[in-house]
Design a protein around this ligand. Structure first.
Ligand code: DHB
Ligand code: FE
Length: 290
């Protein structure tokens, strides 16, 4: 979503409403919801701290009624465009991920983001992701092995992978790429090895015509995410790793609007000698558990 657009339905509403649907599905299928009981003390502590943070911002900056009304209108627009998942994943998820990472061993991960989709093509390694006949972009191979923290290769491991096309569009959220484009769940071999043929993704701006993008630009912040490949690496009896991989030399590294890039997650793909194809090797270590 690299440009504002002339479509009748805005990019923000398209991406936002699909991200809302996907978040509903993801919250039920991907991560188990919280149990039925509400811990009153926990609510009072966490919600109280969040509210006090906002009240402090009002007090310390002498926020006016005009600004308070603008804030209300903005919150309503976030709901109307379905942008809550986008906004939350850009501006808050990285802090939640840091908390989760404190108790996770094995490979370093990062945020899930709003654009995961359930039910994508199941492929055996070596796999080529679903793509158009004339899919633009640099052909790229991502290969590696999934092991447990004790080094055991993980039979039955899967690599769920999704990323933008060469123009920064996600299938399922933008109208241009067909459904399922550059998404798949790759079954590793008996030694946990995988080899995935795809196209290098492009840097991406959050939708600029919606309230999240407008607030970002109103503050003078960069709306860009560096190019990245999303991954969910899973294996029986192991905690699923949620990660992203970035690329050395990307101009937006270190200035990711979603604060999700980490130096440990950077790839440096090398030419394979087959046309302009490049390849990166990356192993993943999963922690036993569920
Ligand atoms: C957003 C987009 C991403 O690709 C991502 O990984 C996280 C957030 C967004 O537009 O909100
Ligand atoms: Fe993304």
């Amino acid at each position: 979503m690299t440009t504002t657009n002339d479509q009748s339905v805005s990019d923000a509403v398209t991406a936002g409403s699909h991200a809302t649907e996907s978040a509903r599905a993801g919250l039920s299928n991907l991560r188990e919801g919280a149990g039925g009981t509400v811990d009153q003390q926990r609510v009072a502590t966490v919600v109280g701290a969040a509210l006090e943070g906002i009240r402090a911002a009002i007090r310390e900056n002498k926020v006016t009624y005009e600004e308070f009304d603008a804030f209300k209108r903005w919150l309503i627009a976030v709901s109307d465009t379905g942008e809550w998942p986008l906004f939350l994943d850009v501006y808050l998820e990285f802090e939640v991920e840091k908390v989760a990472a404190e108790s996770q061993q094995g490979s370093i991960g990062t945020i899930l983001g709003p654009f995961w989709l359930d039910g994508q093509a199941q492929l055996d390694t070596p796999a080529t992701l679903p793509m158009r006949d004339d899919e633009p972009g640099t052909p790229m191979i991502l290969a590696g092995q999934v092991t447990s923290t004790d080094g055991t290769p993980l039979r039955g491991a899967t690599v769920d992978i999704w990323h933008t096309d060469d123009e920064g569009w996600y299938s399922g959220f933008a109208s241009k790429p067909p459904a399922g484009n550059l998404r798949g769940v790759v079954r590793c071999d008996d030694e946990g090895r995988f080899e995935i043929h795809t196209r290098k993704p492009a840097p991406y701006t959050i939708p600029l015509d919606g309230p999240t993008g407008q607030m970002t630009q109103a503050a003078g912040w960069s709306p860009w995410r560096p190019a990245h490949i999303h991954l969910l690496v899973a294996a029986p009896g192991h905690r699923t790793l949620t990660s992203q991989l970035f690329f050395t030399g990307d101009p937006y590294l270190g200035n990711d609007v979603a604060s999700a890039d980490k130096p440990e997650l950077t790839l440096d793909p090398q030419p394979t000698g087959n046309g302009d194809e490049v390849r990166s090797d990356r192993d993943f270590v999963l922690e036993p558990g569920d």
